[in-house]
Ligand binder design. Sequence first.
Ligand code: RAM
Length: 505
Amino acid sequence: MQNKSDTYKRPLKHKRIEPQALAEVCADKSAFQGWKIKKLSDISFPLTLKKEEIIIDFGGHFTGYLNIELAGRPEHIPDSPTNIAFSFAEMPIELAETAEDSENSLSVGWLQNDFKTIAFMPYKGSLERRYSFRYLKLKRTDSVRFAVDITALYIDAVSAVDIDDALPLNTADDALAAIDKICVNTLKECEQDVFEDGPKRDRRLWLGDLRLQALANYATFDQTDLVKRCLYLFAAMTTEEGKISANVFVKPENVPDDTFLFEYSLFFISTLYDLHQAHPDEELIRELYPIAKKQMNITLKMFDENGKLNPDENYPVFVDWSNDFNKDTAGQAEMIYVMKQFIELAKVVRDSEISMYEKKLELITDYAKNVLFHPEKNLFATAWDEYNIASQVWMVLAHVMSDEENKSIMQTTIQELFPVKNIATPYMYHHIVEALFEAGLDEEAVHLMKSYWGKMISLGADTYWEAFDPDQPEYSPYGSPIVNSYCHAWSCTPVYLLKKYVKNK
Ligand code: RAM
């Protein structure tokens, strides 16, 4: 399987990107996270690097390697090595604040800082680490007894795809066109050797992210080989029991992470199913079906004889980064959603056990309908008698009830549970918007899409973010917004939703 993933490996595309402007970062209470970028001037080389730090704006978000050329001055020969500190930033806050002193659950090694000592001038070279950024701060850290000139500075930007190859969205609606453009850019940045979750962090292949990226990809770049590569990578790295990890590392070598999430393992089935819908490939289904079946069988063991999910804290249901709501009912619905796709795959390979899975599906669905659904409320409850948005959304996506009932459940959700609160990720907003579409509430779906993704645009997004709670601009799942990724592929799904659901765009 490992070797099979290599057969779908493709060379990256390279583009030389020149800087656009010199800029400064200014405190501004009205700006997102309290900082904004102000343009100072256009850039022309040579650019003198003295004591003062300089900030360079590349005019858009890029992922790649920094190349720099430097020269000394004839009137003042560099008589010592030159030290330069580099800070790369997706957002202004990363240039202005540090996360090093805050309590972070993730390593500050993720901060995009670099340092180079240049022994002799002239110099021509590049930084080894790949960065994901729009802005670059340069600061001399030697005693600056002489000026040096930057004679050239550019990014060798990399991606598996070319932005011009994305299938266009034809729309007369400017707000949707703007949302779409940034989706395409976000996806392009995250399509690398694998579908990365974010090119700044974790630069890793996560299954929950892959499922959505693949859907957005079919609607834009349609790079099927990359999806296949990723599926084979997950398939090659299961545990002894056969379980798929939530994510895998591909550098320096292929290694599975020891994090397991309930629905991420299951979404291997969904990603396989979606691929077969977009580009039918029976041979691939046959090859990967045993791995898909394993995930189904492992998860089925978590359901009791009444069809109720018994959650396991070592195999948690993710749904969203927020832990302010109970996720059991959403998890139950996710299983139903995936089981339906699994049964379709079982039909492709003519699995003799199909009827056993159909019976289990019926049992788990009946539990949802008869116990979790409260007709007097017209909503699904959790085991704690809590009514939350995630439970309704996933039950609607799983089509547990009829189309009419789904519509009415989402109408009740809007009345009783909207406006959306304490949902921290575009990942969950995607599912809310999709459930509205699936329930036939197109206007409400587009409205939510415009207000959420449009809000990120109005706050300065060049690419969409990993986490965004409109009520808490400083929100971070990790302790500091500086560690957040601001180009995160699970946020690029409006391209898929618009193409799938919006007829008269
Ligand atoms: C984050 C990753 C990824 C997501 C997981 C659950 O660490 O960035 O996008 O899938 O969490």
